[in-house]
Design a protein around this ligand. Structure first.
Ligand code: HEM
Length: 485
């Protein structure tokens, strides 16, 4: 079959089941994950058709890495990014190559390890408060609960804890509206998106209010630029010494875009990672039991503290394994800026490339028993940089990876310390494929952990046979399993 719209030369096989006119739109819409996995037999790349346009999906880890590392040629862009920009502006995650290096230099200090230590204390307190808010026997809407936890933690780390309660409440509500409308808006054609439906009015109002709240906070911070030890302080103070225009700081509009990018980009991804981790623990009582043993041993009756992070080896592996099985960014796209060669295939400028962590993470030739939840597969080594890519790679790698990992590990520890998690019903729970691999609709039952009478609150209820004591992790490491480049 000849596809005259494909802007590449070379022999990339067309994926099966392409319908006339629609191409692969139907299987992609019906069951995207099954469709993506049906392509795992293609070793290098495969061509997909979506109506009149087409894209090449990269199935090979080394070629995927080459795309990530050559961000000048394989850039962010195209219709998907245009839509994301409508929501979060032209911040670090959406800007194209010519702007990116400068933006990254300005944002990087906000995620410096010295800053992360301070954010960790916020994560620990927020997680403890959330875990303490539930009742014995509660059935949780887990994603909703994790979303409020990460929204609050992100708000406090970005704008310090000094936000008035009403501002915090309103921002939590606005964020919930924006996040739930995000995917629908991305998938809706431009003309329909402009129709003044009640959802659009709600979305517009929430988006305008959240942007105004952020603008107000930025204005206050400009007036009082002392270091509040939060993300915004570092962004306000950041100076790009290497800019071609001389020393350069972020403008108010750029600051607002970056703040919204960090806020919306970081909070949903971390929330669904936590929700999936809780789901996996609920369905694996053995790992859950061992995690409680680790929690008891590390906390030893005291309060959760970011200094515990290097000792939380199993919690870290659970998060690593969760991100392998359910990478929130299950698919990413790139646009080829100018004619380029990849894997012996000549791509024309304008071609679209699709990368999928979900596909790589579940390929049986890359991971033994890939669909099994097995945190111990990470005991002997670090994740491979080419085959494990929940945070992407190269210059566009997630800037918030260590931020998210510390937050998730601390939150998981606070939760299992108090609660036994179990599934509701016996139906397997399947991801909702949206912009992220969503856990929307996941419900779990909570039972208060029984502790032995007379233990003075010390956490001694879990027997700790030698095998339950997790191996020590490298002292001083912020996260025992490293995801760095
Ligand atoms: C488990 C949680 C998270 C996951 C799985 C995740 C995943 C990713 C991925 C895959 C990318 C690269 C996208 C691409 O190359 O197309 C990315 C980029 C990014 N992430 Fe995250 N992320 C998480 C948490 C966070 C947090 C907490 C923040 C901020 C507080 C954040 C901010 C960003 C930004 C700003 C970028 C763009 C970086 C650049 O282009 O230089 N992310 N993230």
């Amino acid at each position: 079959m000849t596809d005259t719209t494909t802007p590449l030369a070379g022999s990339v096989p067309l994926a099966p089941r392409a319908w006339p006119l629609l191409g692969h739109a139907l299987p992609l819409l019906r069951d995207p994950l099954a469709f993506i996995m049906s392509l795992s037999g293609y070793r290098e790349m495969v061509r997909l058709r979506l109506g009149p346009s087409s894209a090449v999906m990269i199935c090979d880890p080394d070629l995927t890495r080459q795309v990530f590392l050559n961000d000048r040629t394989f850039d962010k862009g195209g219709p998907i990014y245009d839509r994301i920009r409508e929501v979060i502006g032209d911040g670090l995650s959406t800007c194209a190559y010519p702007l990116h290096r400068r933006q990254r230099r300005l944002c990087q200090p906000s995620f410096h390890p010295a800053r992360l230590a301070g954010y960790g204390a916020v994560f620990a307190r927020a997680a403890e408060a959330k875990a303490a808010s539930w009742q014995d026997g509660d059935v949780l809407d887990v994603t909703q609960e994790m979303m409020t936890l990460t929204t609050r933690a992100t708000m406090e780390t970005m704008f310090s804890g000094a936000l008035p309660a009403e501002t915090m409440r309103r921002s939590l509500a606005d964020t919930a509206v924006i996040v739930s409308a995000f995917f629908r808006r991305m998938m809706t054609p431009a003309l329909l998106r402009r129709l003044p439906t009640p959802q659009k009015r709600r979305y517009d109002a929430a988006r305008t209010r959240l942007a105004a709240t952020i603008a107000e906070i930025i204005a206050e911070r400009r007036a009082d630029p002392t270091d509040h030890a939060d993300l915004l302080s570092t962004l306000v103070a950041a100076v790009d010494e290497e800019s071609e225009e001389g020393k350069r700081q972020l403008t108010d509009a750029e600051l607002a875009d970056e703040a919204l990018t960090f806020f919306l980009g970081g909070m949903e991804t971390t929330a669904i990672t936590l929700a999936w981790a809780m789901h996996l623990l609920a369905t694996d009582p053995d790992v859950q039991h061992r995690l409680k043993a680790e929690t008891d041993q590390v906390l030893a009756g005291g309060r959760l503290d970011p200094a515990h992070l290097p000792s939380l080896g199993l919690a870290s592996r659970v998060v690593t394994e969760t991100l392998r099985l359910y990478p929130p960014a299950w698919m990413m796209t790139r646009v080829v800026r100018e004619d380029a060669e990849l894997g012996g295939v000549r791509f024309k400028g304008g071609s679209t490339i699709v990368l999928s962590p979900y596909l790589l993470h579940r390929r049986p030739d890359l991971y033994t028993d890939p669909d099994r939840f097995d945190p111990d597969r990470w005991l002997d080594g670090q994740p491979d940089r080419a085959t494990y890519i929940p945070f992407g790679a190269g210059a566009r790698k997630c800037i918030g990876d260590q931020f998210a990992l510390s937050e998730a590990i601390l939150a998981l520890t606070a939760i299992v310390d108090r609660w036994d998690l179990s599934p509701v019903g016996d139906q397997p729970f399947r991801p909702k494929v949206e912009t992220s691999l969503s856990s929307r609709g996941l419900r779990l039952r909570l039972t208060a952990r029984r502790r032995d009478a007379g233990d003075d609150g010390a956490r001694t209820d879990v027997a700790q046979p030698q095998s339950a004591v997790e191996p020590p992790t490298r002292p001083g490491a912020a996260c025992p399993v490293k995801h760095g480049e």
